[in-house]
Design a protein around this ligand. Structure first.
Ligand SMILES: Cc1cc2nc3c(=O)[nH]c(=O)nc-3n(C[C@H](O)[C@H](O)[C@H](O)COP(=O)(O)OP(=O)(O)OC[C@H]3O[C@@H](n4cnc5c(N)ncnc54)[C@H](O)[C@@H]3O)c2cc1C
Length: 313
């Protein structure tokens, strides 16, 4: 049997949402415990330059997350390298079983387990991630001013990303495995009318090509799924827009979810369908998915938790 530790506020996840909740929770004297999970620092630790975090004209993602952790700890939060394997929200105190064998019990919980972009799972895609391969046009589009880019995907997100990228790129080539898009009619019309967007149908990316020093993308190789014919499309960036998977596995049978697995919160709050359980960041947000919006929701979650706990006496 492992240890049991009790806390007023358990925060699960160490991205911008979790660390911000920890700063606010600690300053509200809730002595929060934050469990980091398998990716300490969250998604920003797998990117390089971040240019849209207010106050930093440019900051490396991993550096920013080290600073956020230090900030949370300086305010009094305890940051724990552990992974929650099971969460029981059916009775209070809530119970979280961790990989280390420790059981955490908590009066209130902030869920900040984030989301992961879906990737093509090509070794060459992995190699150039952060060096020409991206899953976020809002984050990285600015780096491709006057350059050619390729967007993979056929849903609303792919079309929105392609349209957004035409603000920067000289040409946007969309690659889709099928012969038509799945997304909304209005977006399909906008894509069709945009002179900067070209679509290559019935095709999939089979390889990302590039330079070694500096690491950078120069082309993608496509294969036509009908004929098997291959072609190289020169480009400086590949945007993979085939969806995101929210990390809601722990709560999928306990909390109300929507939009394909995102935790549902009451509008304008972080309150979930169970009182005392709050959700913040990419786990609940299928629209903005940014560090700053996640941090904002982390703040809201800690304030919501603090008020809820005060109401419990
Ligand atoms: C390559 C890349 C580049 C990006 N660039 C930018 C950018 O330039 N600007 C910007 O604003 N946004 C950017 N983003 C988006 C941004 O990273 C996310 O919006 C943000 O990180 C979401 O924060 P979050 O706190 O909700 O969750 P995440 O950052 O996803 O963190 C989730 C955390 O939960 C933990 N966790 C998950 N499951 C468990 C569990 N069972 N137990 C314990 N812990 C768990 C993980 O270990 C992780 O620490 C980028 C994303 C990617 C992938």
């Amino acid at each position: 049997m492992g240890d049991t530790r009790h806390t007023k506020l358990l925060i699960i996840g160490s991205g911008p949402a979790g660390y911000t909740a920890a700063v606010y929770g600690a300053r509200a004297m809730l002595e929060p415990l934050l469990i980091q999970g398998l990716q300490p620092g969250g998604q920003l630790t797998i990117t390089t330059e971040v240019e849209n975090w207010p106050g930093d004209i440019e900051v490396q993602g991993p550096d920013l997350m080290v600073r956020m952790q230090a900030h949370a700890e300086a305010m009094g939060a305890e940051v724990i390298a552990d992974y929650i394997t099971r969460l029981d929200l059916s009775k209070r105190p809530f119970t979280a079983a961790a990989d280390s064998g420790t059981t955490y019990t908590a009066d209130a919980v902030v869920l900040a387990t984030g989301a992961q972009a879906k990737w093509l799972d090509l070794p060459s895609e992995q190699k150039f991630k952060g060096f020409g391969v991206s899953a976020c046009a809002t984050c990285d589009g600015f780096f491709y001013r006057g350059r050619d880019v390729v967007v993979v995907g056929g849903g609303n997100t792919a079309m929105e990303e392609a349209i957004f990228l035409t603000n920067f790129a000289s040409k946007v080539t969309m690659v889709h495995r099928r012969g038509e898009f799945r997304g909304e009619r209005i977006l399909r019309d906008r894509v069709a009318k945009n002179p900067k967007i070209q679509v290559i149908w019935d095709s999939e990316v089979i390889e990302v090509k590039g330079t070694e020093a500096p690491l950078g993308v120069t082309a993608v190789t496509l294969r036509n799924v009908q004929t098997g014919a291959t072609q190289d499309v020169p480009c400086a960036g590949l945007f993979v827009a085939i969806g995101h998977a929210p990390a809601s596995e722990l709560v999928k049978d306990q909390l109300e979810l929507h939009n394909g697995g995102y935790v549902k919160v009451e509008p304008g709050s972080t309150r979930t369908s169970i009182p005392g359980v709050f959700a913040a960041g990419d786990l609940t947000d299928h629209v903005y998915r940014q560090a700053v919006t996640s941090a904002g929701m982390g703040c809201m979650a800690a304030l919501d938790a603090e008020r809820w706990l005060a109401g419990q006496g």
